[in-house]
Design a protein around this ligand. Structure first.
Ligand SMILES: C[S@@+](CC[C@H](N)C(=O)[O-])C[C@H]1O[C@@H](n2cnc3c(N)ncnc32)[C@H](O)[C@@H]1O
Length: 284
């Protein structure tokens, strides 16, 4: 790795050819497609990284990425490029549908199986913890032991936050006030202003580092519900189609898939039936 200042190249200036290289690499490895107008965004997200690595500019950064030693950096690069915005109880209509339609139907079928949920791009954990709170609140006492959540993301940075389950008070605004003491432990002293998801919920969620577009998924069970929200938006149509079909294979017959409200499956060939905006069911 070069560490000397070779010229006065300003680290934040990203030449078209370097942007093109980064864009292709990110696409090949994560299928996140960065449009041309994302150049400034990419440059600003990576500028601090150049400083940390003491690299004089993007040409050297790309050179390093091309070298065998740059393989580990790729994970960091994808971490920085992916957009991880999320919040508790995002897109509330999905939670309403879960409570009003999916859970009663599952309970009425009086099965002995575990209700299996997968939060497939879980970011920093707000989505799977919201699901966990919702299941803990709305499943009948007899069923309260019979649910499990798998949660996965491509970004190790956000997964670490998710696994810790510690959030600033302001992040809990969308959690009903009465639920906060039930499911969160309030920090004191150095931890004042922070809340940690209680262990009783944390142990019900398994977190996985997983690229949705590569390799076999590590789950033995099929799912009653998969949430894959606000991630497909970064993929092109063929990638979206293959992802939706892979996710469908991991749904039980009668299982539901929820996608982000700004993500549509129109124009994609799939075998699911639409039941409500951004909610699909796998025919039994
Ligand atoms: C905008 S967040 C959405 C979080 C949450 N699902 C929600 O709707 O609030 C998108 C997440 O998708 C993850 N992601 C992007 N590409 C991925 C891939 N190929 N495999 C798995 N996760 C991916 C990002 O790391 C990011 O955390």
């Amino acid at each position: 790795m070069k560490t000397t200042q070779t010229n006065n190249w300003p680290a934040t200036q990203l030449a078209d050819e370097d942007f093109e290289f980064i864009r292709r690499l990110v696409y090949e490895r994560s299928r996140i497609s960065l449009s041309g107008d994302k150049k400034i965004l990419v440059a600003s997200r990576l500028a601090k990284r150049l400083q940390q690595l003491q690299l004089p500019g993007f040409p050297e950064y790309c050179e390093w990425l091309r070298s065998p030693a740059g393989e580990g950096e790729l994970r960091f690069l994808i971490d920085r490029i992916s957009t991880n915005h999320t919040c508790f109880f995002r897109e509330l209509k999905h939670f309403d549908y879960l409570r009003e339609t999916i859970l009663p139907a599952w309970g009425a079928a009086a099965r002995s199986e575990t209700f299996q949920v997968w939060s497939a791009a879980c970011s920093s954990g707000e989505e799977p913890y919201s699901l966990a709170i919702h299941l803990a609140e709305h499943l009948a006492p007899a069923e309260s032991a019979r649910w499990q959540i798998e949660a996965s993301d491509i970004s190790t940075r956000v997964l670490e936050i998710a696994q810790r389950g510690i959030y600033e008070a302001g992040r809990l605004d969308a959690v009903a006030a009465k639920l906060v003491p039930r499911y969160f432990q309030k920090g004191a002293g150095d931890w004042a202003g922070q809340f940690r998801v209680k262990e009783t919920l944390r142990r019900r969620i398994q977190f996985h580092h997983l690229n949705l577009l590569e390799g076999a998924y590590p789950f033995r069970a099929q799912f009653h519900l998969i949430l894959c929200r606000n991630v497909m938006i970064y993929f092109d149509r063929p990638t979206q189609e293959s992802l939706i079909n892979r996710l469908s294979e991991n749904l039980l017959p009668g299982g539901h898939l929820m996608v982000g409200h700004s993500e549509s499956l129109s124009g994609i060939k799939h075998s699911l039936r639409s039941v409500q905006s951004a909610i699909y069911v796998k025919p039994a």
